[in-house]
Write a protein that binds this ligand. Sequence first.
Ligand SMILES: [Cu+2]
Length: 68
Amino acid sequence: MYEFKVEGMTCNHCVQTITKTLTKLDQAAKVVADLPNQTVKVESTQDPKTLAAEIEDAGYTVISTRQL
Ligand SMILES: [Cu+2]
């Protein structure tokens, strides 16, 4: 599982956008976005760089990535 610190998530729509884009990349991915903490936890077999790039493509900035 990876935790991404993300900048730019402001509402539930952002959460949905990020969740949708990541599950499109990996249908088996489990995504938990935490709006107050501005983090996105992702359980996925995909490379974390690929996941981060996907979040950025959706219009958000990934500040840091860590493995949990
Ligand atoms: Cu939003």
